[in-house]
Design a protein around this ligand. Structure first.
Ligand code: SF4
Ligand code: SF4
Length: 162
């Protein structure tokens, strides 16, 4: 619903892109943000569907560093960050997100950490989980986020990536 509204609200802004290529010139990830605009517009203009498929199925979509440089230089104030996030969500819904992202979401759902904790081996050759090692060392337990159910609910969409 929110995404549909985004298309509706931003449509005129997106159509204002006149392919000046300024966004391409500044992108540190070597992306072509103006193509993302075309892909986004394909939700309305079906003749752009090929561009949409090309972008959503290409792993470079996930190379965006979210630096906002493209947004900063765009003379037409195209909300490229919203466009990229929309396309990433669409790709994720189709299971096209990189495996590393999927693993990260799984880890967060399970342990609240972006990266899974490793088994710790002591000098005596004993194995410990991070929680056990923290306890042994007298460290405070890792905090869990407040409102955990709400947190999990918010992540469910991302979890469907896999
Ligand atoms: S800088 Fe803006 S107007 Fe120029 S190509 Fe990129 S999105 Fe289009
Ligand atoms: S926000 Fe993403 S697409 Fe835009 S310039 Fe930065 S890396 Fe490139």
């Amino acid at each position: 619903m929110v995404l549909e509204k985004l298309v509706e609200v931003s449509l005129e802004t997106l159509r204002a892109c006149y392919t000046c290529f300024k966004c391409i010139g500044v992108c540190p990830a070597g992306l072509r943000p103006n193509l993302f605009v075309k892909a986004y517009l394909s939700t309305v203009f079906r003749e752009l569907r090929d561009v949409y498929e090309e972008i959503v199925t290409n792993s470079s979509l996930w190379s965006c560093a979210k630096c906002l440089k493209c947004v900063e230089v765009c003379p037409q104030k195209v909300p490229l960050n919203d466009v990229i996030e929309y396309l990433q969500r669409e790709a994720a819904k189709r299971g096209l997100a990189p495996r590393a992202y999927q693993d990260m979401v799984e880890n967060i759902m399970g342990t609240f950490l972006a990266f899974g904790s490793q088994t710790i081996v002591s000098r005596d050759g004993d194995f410990y989980t991070t929680g056990e090692a923290r306890e042994l060392l007298g460290l405070t337990p890792l905090p869990e986020p407040n409102k955990i159910e709400k947190f999990r609910e918010r992540l469910k969409g991302l979890r469907s990536i896999g």
